[in-house]
Design a protein around this ligand. Structure first.
Ligand SMILES: [Zn+2]
Length: 308
C-alpha cells in the first residue's frame, strides 16, 4: 500500500463533530472531483480508490442529508489492480449548498468560501481536498504533498486557501492537470496537523527527531556518547508523552508554567535541559528545568492515565 493511502485511511476515519465541518469535507470532495450524472435520474457522482473514503462519503450523505447513495465497485487494471468505488447520490434541493450549479447541470470547480467562515471548516475542507485528490510522499528524502485538479480556478482557490492557513503552496502543470503542491517537511507537517492526521504527523516527527539527533551527534562528537544517548532517550520519551496528551486533547490541563516547557520540548527535541532553560522566559537553571520536567512528566502521565 502507498503511503498516501495510509494517510487517506487515517483521514477518512476522522468524523468531525460538527455538522458544518462534515458538510465542508463533502463540499471539498465534490468541488474537486464530483460530477453530475444523468443515468438514473440526476445524481452527484464521486469516485475514489480508497474504501474508507467511500464509506465516509456514503455516511455523510446519509447522516447529514438523510439521502441514500448507491456504491458501485469497479475493478480497473492499471499497473496493478485497483478497485474504484463509485458513489452516486440522487440530487436533492438541500445538496445545492454543497456546490451544485443553480440549474443542477454541472459542478463549478471552485471553493465555496461561504462554507469556510470557521477555521474548523477550513481544516475539514482541506481534509476533503486531500481525500479527493491528494498525494503525499513517505517522509524521508523528498518531502512532497500535492493535490491534483483539472481546473485552473480550483488550483488558484486551493493555493489561496492554503495561504490563508499560512501554508505557501505552488502550482505546476502535469500533462493535462494542475498540481498544487507543498514542499519541505515543516510545511507538510503543518498541513498534516491542520487536517488532523496525527499518526502521519508522528511518522514525520519521528524522522525529524532522528535526523536532528543525528545532527546533534555529529556536532558533539567529543561529547560523551553515553550521556548524549541518555539525553536523547529522555527527550524522545518526553516528546512522545506530550504528543500523546496533545492527541487526546488533554494538553490544556497542564498548568501554564509547565505548558511552555512542554511546547519548547516538542519544538527542540534535541536540546539539553540546560539549553531549554536559556530559552525560557524568565530563563531557568538546568536544575530548575530538571525539576519542572520531572513534574511535567508526572502530570502528563497522570492525565494520560485519566483519559485512557
Ligand atoms: Zn466547522
Amino acid at each position: 500500500m502507498s503511503y498516501s493511502n495510509d494517510v487517506k485511511n487515517e483521514l477518512a476515519r476522522i468524523t468531525p463533530e460538527r455538522e458544518c465541518c462534515r458538510k465542508a469535507e463533502l463540499a471539498a470532495m465534490i468541488a474537486l472531483a464530483g460530477s453530475v450524472n444523468y443515468e438514473n435520474g440526476l445524481s452527484i457522482q464521486l469516485s475514489t480508490e480508497n474504501a474508507a473514503t467511500a464509506r465516509k462519503i456514503f455516511k455523510t450523505y446519509k447522516e447529514i442529508y438523510h439521502i441514500q447513495s448507491s456504491i458501485k465497485v469497479q475493478n480497473r487494471r492499471h499497473f496493478n489492480k485497483t478497485r474504484v468505488y463509485i458513489i452516486n447520490t440522487p440530487v436533492d434541493n438541500e445538496l445545492q449548498e454543497l456546490g451544485l450549479s443553480q440549474d443542477e447541470k454541472y459542478i463549478p470547480r471552485r471553493i465555496q468560501w461561504a462554507l469556510l467562515n470557521r477555521s474548523c471548516c477550513r481544516r475539514a475542507y482541506l481534509r476533503g481536498l486531500f481525500l479527493a485528490g491528494g498525494f503525499i510522499n513517505r517522509p524521508g528524502a523528498d518531502y512532497h504533498l500535492e493535490i491534483m485538479t483539472s481546473d485552473s480556478q480550483m488550483a488558484e482557490d486551493m493555493e489561496k486557501l492554503l495561504a490563508r492557513m499560512k501554508i505557501k503552496a505552488r502550482t505546476s502543470e502535469r500533462k493535462n492537470n494542475l498540481v498544487v503542491y507543498i514542499k519541505g517537511s515543516e510545511k507538510i507537517v503543518d498541513f498534516l496537523r491542520l487536517v488532523g492526521a496525527s499518526m502521519a504527523l508522528l511518522d514525520f516527527e519521528n524522522i525529524r527527531i532522528i535526523k536532528s539527533v543525528r545532527n546533534n551527534v555529529n556536532r558533539q562528537v567529543n561529547c560523551e556518547t553515553a550521556n548524549l544517548v541518555k539525553t536523547v532517550d529522555a527527550s524522545l520519551r518526553q516528546v512522545e508523552l506530550i504528543k500523546k496528551l496533545i492527541n487526546t486533547g488533554g494538553v490544556e490541563q497542564i498548568p501554564p508554567r509547565l505548558k511552555s516547557l512542554a511546547m519548547l520540548r516538542i519544538d527542540y527535541p534535541d536540546c539539553t535541559l540546560k539549553e531549554l532553560g536559556t530559552m525560557m522566559n524568565p530563563p531557568l537553571s538546568k536544575s530548575g528545568v530538571a525539576y519542572r520536567m520531572r513534574k511535567l512528566e508526572k502530570i502528563v502521565e497522570e492525565l494520560i492515565q485519566d483519559i485512557e
